[in-house]
Design a binder for this molecule. Sequence first.
Ligand SMILES: Cc1cc2nc3c(=O)[nH]c(=O)nc-3n(C[C@H](O)[C@H](O)[C@H](O)COP(=O)(O)OP(=O)(O)OC[C@H]3O[C@@H](n4cnc5c(N)ncnc54)[C@H](O)[C@@H]3O)c2cc1C
Length: 263
Amino acid sequence: MTFPARAMTIPDEKFYRAHITKRVDFAPDLWMFRIRSGGEFNFVPGQYATLGVENNGKRVERPYSIASSPAEDEVEFFFELVPEGALTPLLHKMQPGDQLLMRKAPKGKFSLDMSNGRNNHLLISTVTGVAPFVSYVRKLSKDWKDGRFDGSHKLYLLNGASRPWEFGYKDELIHFDKELPWFKYVPTVSRPWDHADWSGEIGRADDILRKYADHWELDATNTVAYICGHPEMIEHSKAILKRRGFTEKGSVKEEVYWIPSHK
Ligand SMILES: Cc1cc2nc3c(=O)[nH]c(=O)nc-3n(C[C@H](O)[C@H](O)[C@H](O)COP(=O)(O)OP(=O)(O)OC[C@H]3O[C@@H](n4cnc5c(N)ncnc54)[C@H](O)[C@@H]3O)c2cc1C
């Protein structure tokens, strides 16, 4: 979909008119874009960009976690379509070559904390909530290969989805798990019954949290937890972690993607 020139002439120096360079569809409602911002965009892994589209003369903007690492020359995002939403139905129609608005300043504090004395990082996510963790691992993997990271920090990633096809980054993360001694990845599916070929973990990310925290010997003395994505999963995970002693300020970081409507 190409927007008419008129729609992209927003006189605002705060935005880039970014170009979509690549789109990969993982499922009918899950896809990724790579975009070229068209200017400087310096971020740290875990931050988000604000993307927008002008629709009927109104700018619609939402935050999206960045999945790429700062070393890449394009910025990557993992989207889920919210059919009744304001922005994702517009983004879902877009294709390489189309333009979207991107605020020039990245935002957010959901970055890896490597300075508080705890060397284990437990990363817990649902579907698109894996995006900032992909950015962490891509960055550290490059640093490791270039000799800038010694592997003394360990990352443990739990990624939950309803169905196996919702893991946009599974192959890449399995590859990292095999290649990197300091990274472990466990995808888990909560609705496996139609997928006889799924041989991985079963349950939601928060269901398997206790088991893997025990297995990897992660506790509040040696670990920082990072939780990203579905608000209910975040609440459940926080409650589990709190019961396990994660009570100190900074021991749990969270990135909530939306506020649930309590109807
Ligand atoms: C820091 C941050 C980072 C984010 N990163 C990502 C990301 O990497 N990928 C991504 O897809 N989204 C991400 N989001 C969510 C994103 O900003 C939008 O909220 C989402 O894309 C829906 O936008 P929309 O305009 O289509 O729907 P809206 O018009 O904003 O929402 C319509 C309704 O759907 C609810 N809703 C919003 N998202 C969902 C959802 N996924 N599932 C069910 N209900 C929902 C809203 O609460 C609202 O009631 C992030 C949010 C935050 C705060």
